[in-house]
Design a protein around this ligand. Structure first.
Ligand code: NIG
Length: 400
């Protein structure tokens, strides 16, 4: 057993679930001052006042810095090649986002060698962790053939085995690819038949882009039901471009773990989500990059929904894995308090992945530690864009 004591912590945001109080994002007992944290064999073994800390094999003095649980990024599309900067520039000049751009990335991704694709994913993971992210969900969805989706799933599953990715999601129903133009039903049969069979052993979840221009509510339901029968958890891209396909309603109806985007809600949707066990995942960087109306995170919280914040790192709508930026945006523009935003980007993401051992620093949690280069976590919003990540540990191992 090896143990490391982190001491000299000005603010220790444990967000310990054992100390939850209804209606409070972070109680005083969940944010300790002048604290220390003991890591033993990759898990949190103890936390408390620094002057009561037990001894350990190693002691690291953080010299008055704030400590958070590592960010839990529950929505990324890390397996891709190619460039969509031109599409982004056109959007900034006034064009709207449409699902069709996915084909551009699909073409480039199919062309990439296995080695190149895996290297690109590894580099993206490294960047995410350098920004304080310690949990990553990652989706397939830019292959859209049996072979290319299976390749993406295999790469992600390998990285999950290596402890770099935490959840792998099959997103064969991302777009009807060009070769199936006007044959959406045939493509759907491929997705829920041979494609699902080829990827299921590598995946934890199935996802669908339930939207005009991608898949209808009825088609999306077939994808999700097939995934559930194959033993996968459910996730939905819903209500991003409009409420027309009611991805939110479908996610709630089928008990999906999460419905993500949520820029356009219909009457009653807030309540529907709040009464369900489905997490409402908002994607602030995506909303800015697509100039979409910001997802109503404030209203979702006020209605009682569990909210997660994720990066949606992908080349089309959100080419960033910077969770700190997402938290900043949630505070400054979505009107969340700092505690609400931190909780959504840690505990919220963990809830969206069905993981009670992640997203907090309670005893027994995985030791995923994000040290900020400041005594006050409020600087995430007060000093937007500053490089505030100082050191990161994932499962007790420091990211160097
Ligand atoms: O979550 N909305 C669907 N999928 C991605 C975007 C994909 C793309 O445009 O390449 C998203 O925003």
């Amino acid at each position: 057993m090896t143990s490391t004591l982190l001491t000299g912590i000005s603010e220790l945001w444990t967000l310990d679930p054992d100390l939850d109080e209804p209606g409070t994002a972070a109680t005083d007992a969940q944010v300790l001052r002048d604290a220390a944290l003991l890591i033993t064999d990759g898990q949190v073994a103890w936390y408390g006042p620094a002057d009561e800390a037990p001894s350990a094999d190693d002691t690291i003095d953080l010299e008055g810095r704030a400590v958070l649980p590592g960010w839990v990024d529950s929505h990324t599309h890390l397996v891709f090649d190619g460039d969509r900067s031109g599409e982004f520039e056109a959007r900034m000049a006034g064009q709207s986002y449409a699902a069709g751009g996915i084909q551009v990335t699909t073409d480039a991704t199919r062309e990439a060698s296995d080695a190149r694709l895996e290297q690109l994913v590894r580099e993206r993971i490294d960047q995410a962790v350098a920004g304080g992210t310690t949990t990553l969900e990652a989706k397939t969805g830019y292959g859209l053939t049996v072979e290319d989706e299976a390749r993406a799933a295999r790469i992600l599953a390998r990285l999950r085995e290596a402890g770099q990715v935490d959840a792998v999601t099959f997103l064969g129903a991302h777009l009807v690819p060009g070769e199936y133009r006007n044959r959406a039903e045939e493509y759907l049969e491929l997705v829920i038949g041979p494609m699902l069979a080829a990827v299921a052993e590598h995946c934890d979840f199935i996802d669908v882009f339930c939207e005009d221009g991608a898949f209808t509510r009825e088609q999306s339901a077939r994808v999700l039901v097939a995934g559930r029968e194959a033993g996968l958890g459910l996730r939905v891209h819903g209500n991003q471009i409009s409420a027309a396909q009611d991805g939110l309603g479908l996610a709630v109806e089928l008990g999906a773990a999460s419905v993500d985007h949520l820029n356009h809600l219909a009457d009653g949707d807030l309540e529907k989500l709040a009464e369900s066990g489905t997490v409402a995942t908002v994607l602030p960087a995506c909303d800015l990059s697509t100039r979409a109306p910001l997802a109503p995170a404030r209203e979702l919280l006020d209605a009682g929904a569990t909210v997660a914040i994720a990066s949606n790192c992908n080349p089309g709508t959100s080419y960033t894995s910077a969770m700190s930026f997402c938290v900043t945006t949630a505070v400054l523009q979505m009107h969340l308090s700092l505690a609400e935003a931190i909780r959504a980007a840690t505990r919220g993401g963990a809830a969206a992945l069905g993981r009670s051992d992640l997203g907090h620093l309670g005893v027994g949690a995985r030791a995923d530690v994000h040290v900020l280069d400041t005594p006050h976590a409020i600087d995430l919003a007060y000093r937007p864009g500053m490089p505030l990540t100082h050191r990161v540990w994932r499962a007790g191992h420091e990211h160097l």
